[in-house]
Every structure is written in C-alpha cells, then in structure tokens.
Design a protein around this ligand. Structure first.
Ligand code: ATP
Ligand code: MG
Length: 385
C-alpha cells in the first residue's frame, strides 16, 4: 500500500485545466513546475493521480506555510488537507469521527464522497450514509444546503482520504502558459490589480514603472518594492524596468494640458520597446474607462497611437469600488494607498480630456517622443525582486 495509515496529504485540484483538450498536459506540467517553484524549501513529496495531484507531508512539514503558498498558485482551483486510512467503511468512519471531534466550532455539516476507483463493494452513498449517522450521533446537524463545513471522503483502490479542510485557491491558468506581458505599474491601486488579472490568465508579468525619483535605485527603497513583493507571491519571480521621467518632463512639460496624455503615449511607447527586449506580446494597464476625467475613449485611443503591440486593460469595465475589493483580497491595497510621488499625479492638473489622433501625431513629432523614449530607457535600470 503506497499510502501509510494516518498520513497527512494535500489533494490538489486543478479544475479549469481539464477543459483544455489537447493542451492539457502542457498546462498541467507548467502548473506542477510553478507549484514546485512556489514550494521550494518546503518538505513534501508529490505525485499525480487521476485528475489531481497528491502531496504527502511529513511530521516536520510547515503546513501553514505550505497552505499559504499553495493558495497563491494560479491553475489550482482548490486543495484539501486530508488524512489517509484503509479503503473500507469502518476505517473511513473511524477517521471521520476523529476529524469531526476536532470541529467543535461547527454545527451544520455536509458529508460528501467520491470514488476515483469504482471497484469497491460499497458505493459513495454507503459512505455518506455511514458518516452522516456518525455525525448526527455526535450532535451535528447534517444537510446539503447552508452548512458551515464539509467532510469529504475520497476513495481510491489503495486508500481512502478524508478531509474537513478544503481551501479555495486562485483558479485561472498557470502563470507563463500565455507568455510574457509588460505591465505598466504605477504606485496606485489599479495597476497591481490589472497585473493580477493578467497573471490569472496565464501571463508572466514584467513590470515597467516610470518614476519621478532622483535615482532608479530609489524606486526599490519605496513602496513600489513592497507592491512587487506581494505580486511576486503569485508569479514566484518579478522583474521591473524603472525609467526616470525627468527627460520627458524637461521637454514635454511645455505641452500644457496635453502633458498627461503625452506622458501616457510616452509610457506606451516605452512599454513597446521593453516588450521587444523581453519578447512580450502584450501590454497591460490599470486603466478603467471614465474613471478619471482623462481616461476617455479618445485619450486611450490617442495614447496608443503608433503602438503595434496589443494593449489590454483588464479593468476597463470595473468601478473603483470593485477594484478596491480585489486589491484588498490580493493584498496590494494597503501598500497602494501609502503616499508616493507618482509622476501622473504631478502631471494631472487640468488635463485635456478629448484629444484626437491628428493632434496626437503632431505632439509626438513636436516633442520628439520617440527620442525621449530611447534616451529615457537607456537611463533606466532593471531589478529582480
Ligand atoms: P493606478 O491606480 O494604477 O495608478 P489610476 O486610476 O491612478 O491607475 P492613471 O494614473 O491615469 O490611473 O494611470 C492609468 C494607468 O497607467 C495605470 O493603471 C498604469 O497602468 C499606467 N501608469 C500610470 N502611472 C504610471 C507610472 N508611473 N509608471 C508606469 N505606468 C503607469
Ligand atoms: Mg495612478
């Protein structure tokens, strides 16, 4: 029997990945690689079984740390912290009783069972009936709706797994399966959330930040480094291009009400150059249509003028409240609201709200934005977090 009685396991489920037909193997392999990367230094062993991964833990495994790390891996829909026993009804019942005894804070429970191996003499309903009876005798109310905990039994040929601790994970696609994307990252609330949505659809993000600080190094001493550390929990690695805004400001500071939209055009063009270097196929921003006076459709169109790399704006349909809710869930909100000298806020006094493409073309020429992009990029730095 490959599983030892009483062993602690984590059963990892990957939901959506199963829908991906021919590419399924690829998605699962990347997810496994990410999971191993995420759990570097932790004590466990891993094997694939049926449509899930099984992690075996040892006595010195740090379960809280593993739990936290696993909950940040995209591609995992949920995981169950489980115990093993022999694949017969009385062993299953005994283990369930032991787990139920630890659930004193719960009153109403659901009992669920699944057979990955159908060769047993009893079926899922027999397991459910048995455990339900035990739970009722222990004083629990048992129902299928409105419960506060679930006890779930998984039956395989060699062992049964019982879990009372199911953890919802990130879902989505494994980071990297959709290639690399450049994320325009500001110090605000929105762009870290946009980065998270990009990662959720399998993008490995490389960040680009335009700053108004004296030195590139200063960015890494600011809250930007803290935001990056949080985002890194989801992607395991984080790389950022920091580019100073001063060359732009000296020259295009004279463009008056167009300065903000021109700064955005400058950022998009910078992002395209970084995308070329990094073989990225897409640019992400945290813009949301109409959120501030300058985020109009005509400004968004104009700032993207001449940029051939697709620009995706995952938050385009979000209200600020909805964005804040996600920012809190993913853990970036508290850092995002800390004070920071963002270049956009310096530049946003009375900005133009309706700029057409012809005016944009003139401005880009007049202020020689492409030269500014080249010079500024060569004054930038790259950091790995
Ligand atoms: P955020 O909360 O992300 O700062 P915002 O609502 O403040 O967004 P803007 O300041 O207009 O809106 O910025 C819109 C988007 O432009 C940002 O989400 C980000 O993708 C990009 N951006 C803004 N400032 C910078 C910057 N300094 N460096 C890189 N990208 C930036
Ligand atoms: Mg901002």
């Amino acid at each position: 029997m490959p599983f030892k009685e009483g062993e602690k396991l984590i059963i990892v489920h990957y939901g959506e990945l199963w829908l991906r037909g021919k590419n399924r193997g690829y998605y699962i392999n990347v997810m496994k690689k990410n999971l191993k990367d995420q759990l570097k230094g932790e004590k466990y062993s891993l094997k694939q079984e049926y449509d899930r991964l099984i992690m075996t833990l040892s006595k010195d495994s740090d379960i809280e740390s593993i739990r936290d790390k696993l909950s940040h891996v995209f591609g995992i829909s949920n995981f169950e912290i489980s115990y093993t026993t022999k694949p017969n009804l009385s062993s299953i019942n005994k283990l369930s009783k032991k787990l139920l005894a630890k659930m004193k804070d719960k009153k109403i429970i659901k009992v669920d069972a699944h057979r990955s191996w159908k060769g047993s003499k009893f079926n899922s309903m027999d397991i459910i009936d048995k455990v339900r009876t035990t739970a009722r005798r222990m004083g629990f109310e048992v129902t299928n709706h409105g419960y506060d905990a679930v006890v779930k039994v998984n039956l395989t040929k060699d062992a049964a797994f019982v879990t009372a601790d199911k953890v919802r994970a990130q879902r989505g696609l494994p980071v990297g399966t959709s290639g690399v994307g450049i994320v325009l990252l500001s110090g605000g609330i929105d762009s870290p959330v946009a980065a998270w949505y990009a990662m959720k659809r399998g993008i490995f993000p490389i960040y680009l930040h335009v700053h108004g600080l004296p030195d590139n190094k200063d960015v890494m001493d600011s809250k930007m480094a803290e935001i990056l550390k949080i985002l890194k929990k989801y992607s395991m690695h984080a790389k950022i291009y920091t580019v100073p805004a001063h060359l732009f400001q000296i020259k295009a500071g004279k463009s008056g009400k167009y300065e903000l939209v021109l700064l955005k055009a400058f950022m998009m063009r910078l992002a395209e150059k970084v995308a070329e270097k990094e073989q990225a196929r897409v640019i992400f921003t945290g813009e949301s249509l109409g959120q501030v006076a300058s985020q109009t459709l005509s400004n968004m169109t104009a700032e993207a003028y001449g940029v051939n790399t697709p620009i995706l704006r995952p938050l385009v349909g979000f209200d600020k409240e909805e964005i804040i809710k996600v920012a809190k869930e993913i853990g970036t909100y508290d850092e995002s609201v800390k004070p920071y000298r963002d270049v956009c806020s310096i530049n946003s006094r009375n900005p133009a709200t309706q700029i057409d493409i012809d005016r944009m073309k003139e401005l880009i020429k007049e202020f020689d934005v492409d030269k500014l992009v080249k010079k500024s990029l060569s004054s930038g730095s790259v950091f790995e977090v």
